[in-house]
Design a protein around this ligand. Structure first.
Ligand code: 1GP
Length: 234
């Protein structure tokens, strides 16, 4: 089967390299029909645990991307490298300084076609990523839409990521953002536990990401794949 380009991905499972996943569970995830696996996490991400998980996932045909959160854990062998810039962080480190350091170190050897910038907006103030990046909160709907339009029209990143990590987000806000974006790919991630939630968010987001629930209830998490496969975005 031909691998889809990231632009066509509707469903992604995000695996945390700092968490254990049994071989049989990983097989079910990689062969679930999901469009891709992202390897990424907020803490305890190391070169060793990233390479270990990459090699295990590479036994399967599913595309695999690294969402870079620490420069030390960057390694060749992924189909894509997603590079978040946290637009609502109050520290330039998370918006562009780490990016500068990484580009200084690896710029010459980078294959830029594999590098996908993500404009990130962290919308759950209690998640680890929000604390780590000192994300501004609360954000009004207008604030969020303005970040989305900045990503599309000013920064011209291909992806806007509404990150509710650990919490199911607001469908109406996702809908409004989706309606305002013209060509950008809208990623939604956060708290998806049921087929219905997967369908709801995939109605407005181009791509949904299911993370934590893999580790809590794999059987239910797997059902989110089929739930969005036959669903068109509105
Ligand atoms: C996390 O957006 C992803 O970065 C998915 O969120 O872990 O809450 O599913 P959950």
């Amino acid at each position: 089967m031909k691998k889809l380009e990231y632009k066509d991905w509707r469903h992604i499972f995000k695996l945390d390299p700092a968490k254990n996943i049994a071989a049989d569970a990983l097989e079910l995830i990689c062969e679930s029909g999901t469009d891709a696996i992202i390897i990424g996490g907020s803490d305890n991400v190391t070169l060793d645990n990233v390479i270990d998980l990459l090699m295990r996932v590479r036994r399967y045909a599913v595309p695999v991307a690294l969402e870079v959160s620490t420069i030390e854990a960057i390694t060749p062998g992924f189909d894509y490298y997603f590079i978040p810039s946290v637009l609502n962080s109050s520290e330039t480190k998370w918006v562009k300084d780490l990016h500068h350091a990484a580009t200084k170190e690896f710029g010459e050897v980078m294959n830029w076609d594999e590098i996908i910038p993500e404009g990130y907006c962290i919308l759950n103030p209690d998640c680890k990523a929000a604390k780590l990046t000192n994300a501004l909160h609360p954000l009004s709907e207008e604030d969020i839409i303005a970040y989305a339009e900045m990503v599309e029209h000013l920064f011209r990143f291909p992806v806007f990521y509404m990150e509710y990590s650990g919490m199911y987000g607001d469908v109406q806000t996702v809908k409004k953002v989706s309606k305002r974006l013209k060509n950008n790919q809208l990623f939604y991630g956060g708290g998806i536990q049921t087929e219905e939630q997967a369908r709801q968010m995939a109605t407005y987001a181009d791509t949904i990401i299911v993370g934590n629930y893999i580790y809590d209830n794999l059987a239910e998490a797997l059902k989110t794949v089929e739930a969005v496969k036959t669903l068109s975005k509105q």
